[in-house]
Design a protein around this ligand. Structure first.
Ligand SMILES: Cc1cc2nc3c(=O)[nH]c(=O)nc-3n(C[C@H](O)[C@H](O)[C@H](O)COP(=O)(O)O)c2cc1C
Length: 348
């Protein structure tokens, strides 16, 4: 028998270690943003100094359409990482997600690793996190309320990760009843429910079913950045040529197709999965994302250059977005839309 709690903590530690390297990137598949170019607008009259990125995230004002994705919690290392990420998020006034709160359901040992986010960043939107495989097994949603209250969450994210569970030793690839459970959870929870992938992407069809069930946010977390299949293959000392390493729908495809559902549903679309510079952010927004997000690259920057490094990285990315808005004649983030990009092959 495994001690569940120590097994989860050990796995979380290993995930952090692997994610500090680039070994876990997709091998051949990309996020797809390189297939688009911006439409240069030679007669721009945009005043670049007046561009304001301020927007809202589930009712709270934020300064940039960017979320620090759910990463960690439930280990002693996680407390330090979350403490620093929260301070970076506070300086930027942007939302942040905690990593899976499964450990917090097991016992109280590492509760501070989650609570520290709210403590260090009292005013910003904080997003809780739990996996689909836990949701389907919960006897009562009171536990969700409990972990949401632990961090005074503004929204709760449920991650769907069938590929990762399939590839993981002791994984739980059993999601029977998930959609029904989400439907109940949405009704039960007072805060909005977001559903996210972890790097294999959410298709339009999956998003449609989730939105029909009442979900208020979709984070596509598409392919092209961190391969969680790759992480699990490396953890198991498996075959690095395993074709499932590169399984998934590219982030750009997911954003473009899921955003079409805006005609029918009112929801927040988070564009993520391999977002690694201002060009990716601007293209994600032009393809229909309301807000963008990154995980591993933020962790790596924190490890390399600390809180200031993370703050400067995100500011630099948005300086690039500002330049792109100027050059495409986009006064506001809403004007940075599908008309401002073009598929590369159409240029020749
Ligand atoms: C170290 C690390 C831990 C993660 N843990 C979680 C988690 O607990 N829950 C979750 O929903 N996603 C988790 N993720 C997935 C990210 O939130 C994100 O969806 C995914 O890594 C793709 O984004 P990226 O390409 O920017 O890394 C984790 C990512 C990293 C890098």
């Amino acid at each position: 028998m495994h001690d569940n709690s120590s097994l989860i903590s050990k796995r979380k530690k290993e995930h952090l270690e692997f994610c500090l390297s680039d070994k876990v990137s997709f091998r051949e598949k990309t996020n797809g943003f390189e297939n688009y170019e911006f439409r240069h607008f030679a007669i721009t009259e945009v005043d670049i100094s007046k561009i304001d990125f301020g927007t809202e995230f589930f009712g709270k004002k934020i300064n940039y359409p960017f979320l620090i994705s759910c990463m960690t919690g439930g280990t002693s290392e996680a407390e330090n990482i979350n403490a620093q990420l929260a301070l970076a998020a506070k300086q930027l006034n942007i939302p942040i997600g905690v990593g899976s709160q499964r450990q917090a359901l097991e016992n109280e040992e590492f509760h501070n690793s989650y609570k520290i986010i709210r403590k260090n960043a009292p005013g910003i939107p904080v997003v809780g996190n739990l996996g689909a495989s836990q949701i389907v097994n919960l006897k009562s949603f009171d536990k969700i309320k409990y972990i949401a209250e632990l961090i005074e969450a503004d929204a709760m994210t449920v991650y769907v990760n069938p590929l990762q569970e399939l590839m993981q030793e002791h994984g739980e690839p059993l999601f029977k009843g998930f959609l029904k459970a989400i439907e109940k959870l949405v009704k039960y929870c007072e805060i909005p429910i977001i559903v996210k992938e972890v790097g294999a992407g959410i298709s339009k069809k999956a998003a449609y079913k989730l939105l029909n069930a009442g979900v208020q946010g979709i984070d596509v977390a598409g392919a092209g950045g961190t391969s969680w299949s790759g992480v699990e293959i490396l953890r198991n000392h498996g075959d690095v040529n395993n074709k499932f390493w590169d399984w998934g729908l590219p982030s750009s495809y997911c954003i473009r197709t899921v955003s079409k559902l805006k005609n029918k549903f009112d929801f927040t679309l988070i564009g993520s999965g391999g977002i690694h510079d201002g060009f990716d952010i601007a293209k994600a927004i032009a393809l229909g994302a309301d807000i963008t997000a990154s995980a591993r690259i933020i962790l790596q920057e924190l490890n390399k250059s600390g809180i200031e490094g993370v703050v400067n990285l995100i500011k630099d990315w948005f300086d690039t977005v500002r330049k792109i808005m100027f050059l495409t004649g986009s006064v506001s983030i809403t004007e940075l839309n599908y008309d401002k990009i073009i598929r590369k092959e159409k240029l020749y």
